[in-house]
Write a protein that binds this ligand. Sequence first.
Ligand code: HEC
Length: 277
Amino acid sequence: MKGILFTCFLVIATTSAFGGDVNPAQDLNAFQKYFSSKFPNLPFREYINGVYAIDAESRSQWQEIEEFPPYELSISEGESEWKKPFSNGKTYQSCFPWPVNEGIRSHYPHWDVEHKRVVTLERALNECREANSEKPLEWEDSKLVGLSAYLAFHSRGKAMNVTIPNEEAKHAYAEGKHFFYTKRGQLNVSCADCHVYNASQKIRADILSPALGHASHFPVYRSEWEGIGGLHRRFVGCNKNVRAKPFQEQGVEYSNLEYFLTYMNNGLSFNGPAVRK
Ligand code: HEC
């Protein structure tokens, strides 16, 4: 991505509109209000469709693709993996108190009070393997992404409802928020510069999606990836696009970022897996 592209930006914020003391409920209100005044005719529930919620032309292409969704194979792979017993005879289900059709995905990310960290769905799946003496999978292993796709599919329509139960969780949220508003990379732009202040603007061949809705629909099948991948893989790509050093998938930085972003999306519905360009 060339630096010159940024000359087309109408707004590059110099200060965060959401700075100051950490007050998640207040942040959430300001965040969602910002978008409802930016897109006054867009129904709230539509944000989960990203760019397709705001651009009619790409929406019709997307609807055609959705007739034969390219993520279906991944859901099947995830279903077989979910049902395959570990060598001790147990299955993944033994680690989760909710049945699949009650929306396991909708319980993540959450704050793990005991281990004092954010647990994403992918981390919970790998922790389950380790608790059953199996080796953890690579974060983008098709089995793990498949499991995530399978669980997301059976959580469609469940509300996003991230909670921040204590001060430590609030600290992780604040870290995620800070990440989101920090300018980085050679191009010196933040997530918010692109996905808040310039949402709906064109950058190269892309239209920038609003950050409201960003956490609803992963994993995502992308033609650019020629396959399906998780939210953190997207974070890596967006960091690289501004020539910033990406962080480890499922590391503390991206997990806190996911925690913040999903909290900002509270009230929307999960609708993964999805397709994006
Ligand atoms: C230079 C602008 C730019 C920056 C900075 C940027 N992104 Fe992106 N991002 C894009 C573009 C372009 C796309 C593809 C079009 C779209 O869906 O917005 C994208 C896509 C995404 C998506 C997928 C949206 C969907 O509907 O599936 C997510 C999530 C995302 N970005 C998160 C982030 C986060 C978090 C950061 C900060 C770490 C960030 N981006 C920084 C340009 C940017």
